[in-house]
Every structure is written in C-alpha cells, then in structure tokens.
Design a protein around this ligand. Structure first.
Ligand SMILES: *Cc1c(COP(=O)(O)O)cnc(C)c1O
Length: 343
C-alpha cells in the first residue's frame, strides 16, 4: 500500500512532534552537552531526577542506550542479569547486555511479563563456583510484550525488597513508566525512588522525537556518564532535543489517559466484532489473538492494512498501540474495519 494508512496503530513511536513542541525545540537554549554546558539538557535532567525520586539523571539518545549503560554500570563480566523472558532487554536489543557487558540473562517466564517473587527467589541465590553471580534484577514497567501491563505497586515493592535483601541491584526499564503512573495513579517518585536505576523514554507515548533519561544516585550517574562517553552517546547542542522532552513532560503526561481510553474503546469494539483480545487492557496497547479468524497474524495484519489500518505483528499475535496521533474517530474506523474481518 503506497499511501499512508488511515489509522496507524503500529507503535507509539510514530508520533510526530506537535507545532508547540517544535516551537519549544526551536527556542531552546543550548551549549555543549558533552562538557555539561547545555542548559536545556541540565534542566531536563534535574527535572527527571526529581520526578523519579533520584539524585541525578543522564540524558541519552535512546532507551536502548539507557538499558545498555545501566547494565554495564551495575554488573561485571560473567554476572547474571535477571529479567522477564519477554523483556525488551532480552528480546529487542540485539543481545546488547551479553555483547557489551558479558552478562548472562537469567530469564524468568512470568505471567503477562511479570515474574512472581516465588520465581525470583531462587534466581537470587548467590553465585558459587558453578553458578554465575546475580548482580541485577530488571523490571519493565509497563511491560510491552506482556500486553502493556502495569506492575502492581505491592508486587513491585516486594520484588525490589527481595532483590535488595539479597544484595542485588534493581533496574527499571521505564520506557512507558508514565503510562503506568497515569493508569495506576501511583506517582513516578514511588516507582523510581526505591530502585537503583530507572529511565523513561520521551519517544513513546510522550511524543518527543529524540531522547531518554536514566536516573539514579549521584555516584551511579557519575559512572554511567563515563560509559555514555565510551558508547558514543555524548552529544553537543542536545538542548534542541531536550527541550522537546521537557515540553513532553509538561504537556503530554496527563493526556496519556486519552490513549488508554482509546485502547479500551478499541478492545471493546474488537470484542463486539468477534475478535479475541488479551484482557485486561491496562494502558495504550491492545493485543489480538488472530486464531479465531482462521488467519495467521501476518495474514490478518495484511487484511487490516488493505483496509487502511496498520497493526504490528509480534510472533503469533497482533499489537495495536494508541498514541498522540490517534483520535477516537480513528478508533471507530479501526473497529468497523475489524468487523469485516471476523471470518
Ligand atoms: C522502546 C523500548 C525500549 C527502547 O527504547 P528506544 O528509545 O526505542 O531505544 C526499551 N524498553 C522498552 C520496554 C521499550 O518499549
């Protein structure tokens, strides 16, 4: 299909900067970020650190680099990193943790992307002459391949406490942490303030074109800054990007509730049209099981696309993601297309 799809639910990474965001970026005060002299970057980092209940933050080009830097900072070669089997670190980063930090991923297969404390406990056993030493536990909030699911705060705290009791650090992949904040009503400081490392992405639901920020103790960030330099993540007049991120934090957080409402509307409409969706739908994602339609995931996605609705295919499932550039009217278009594709 050559023209753009009428309704693009492929990912919340598709958002374009709004006119107001572009204005903020154009007006940004800038300096040499690598020298620590970019005022817009410094302002953003101070804001992110405060919002996440941490001492300091580091501006990085991508969320993938936040995971890469955090794992490299908090582990040694040959250590084990404990993560959910469907986590982005394990599945979507070209093996970065293993390739760069030389760690093994100890993957726990938790329900909807969230392993239980019972699954975690044995994995925290200290290293022996045979077993690798576990030095880091990773939590993904919200959990993407788990279904856009939100870790419950009590479950989250129990995981963090258990890891810390074993002397193991905790890293939070918060690519969509603000979706969890809005869905749960639990403030970002509550999630961020009790872990060793946490980051947010500005290029998902928050709608900025470039940037992510990693937060932690001052000592952690000092060490992380060296790795940022080593990995080529240090920038120059990055305030142009950071101003877009600050604009996103100021203007695009509360509206994530609209994305969640649109996802709920889509899920209800799909079910009413006879499709099978993963429940509950907690944030901005709807995962569809194509099997009752008698079509494979790729084939069903192809049929949707012919009718102007783009979804993504993840394994044997379809994923629809709502975002800043998707309206409630477009959701209704997607639902009417879905109704024609039941059989
Ligand atoms: C998108 C994503 C990342 C990586 O972020 P980028 O900014 O695309 O590099 C990491 N973790 C999760 C859960 C994500 O969804």
């Amino acid at each position: 299909m050559s023209r753009a799809p009428a309704v693009d639910l492929y990912s919340d990474t598709l958002t374009r900067p709004t006119a107001a965001m572009r204005d903020a970026m154009a007006a940004a005060e800038v300096g040499d970020e690598q020298l620590g002299e970019d005022p817009s970057v410094n302002r953003l980092c101070a804001d992110v650190a405060a919002r996440l209940g941490q001492e300091a933050a580091l501006f990085l080009p991508t969320g993938t680099m936040c995971n890469l830097v955090a794992v490299a900072t908090l582990t040694r070669h040959g250590d084990a990193v404990i993560a959910d089997a469907m986590s982005h670190i394990a599945r979507s980063e070209a093996g970065g943790a293993a390739a760069v930090s030389g760690v093994m991923c100890d993957l726990l297969d938790g329900p909807r992307g969230q392993y239980t404390t019972e699954q975690l406990r044995p994995a925290l056993a200290p290293g022996t002459v045979h077993r690798p030493h576990p030095s880091l536990v990773c939590i993904e909030q919200t959990h993407n391949f788990g279904g856009g699911t939100v870790w419950d705060i009590d479950h989250y705290r129990a995981v963090v406490d258990l890891a810390h009791q074993s002397g193991v650090a905790v890293h939070v992949d918060g690519a969509r942490l603000y979706n969890a904040v809005v869905a749960s009503g639990v403030d970002a400081t509550e999630w961020g303030g009790i872990v060793d490392s946490v980051w947010i992405d500005f290029t998902k639901g928050l709608g900025a074109p470039i940037g992510a920020a990693l937060a932690g103790s001052a000592e952690f960030i000092q060490r992380a800054r060296v790795l940022k330099q080593r990995f080529g993540g240090a920038m120059r007049q990055a305030g142009v990007a950071a101003a877009g991120c600050s604009h996103a934090l100021d203007h695009h957080v509360d509206r994530l509730a609209d994305d969640h409402a649109n996802a709920a509307r889509l899920a209800d409409g799909l079910e009413a049209a006879g499709h099978v969706v993963q429940r509950p739908v907690e944030t901005n994602m709807v995962w569809i099981d194509p099997s009752p339609t008698g079509r494979g995931a790729a084939e069903l996605a192809g049929r949707f696309l012919e009718d102007g609705v783009r979804l993504s295919v993840v394994g044997e499932r379809l994923r629809a993601v709502t975002h800043l550039d998707v309206t409630a009217d477009q959701i209704d278009v997607a639902v009417s297309v879905a109704a024609g594709l039941r059989r």
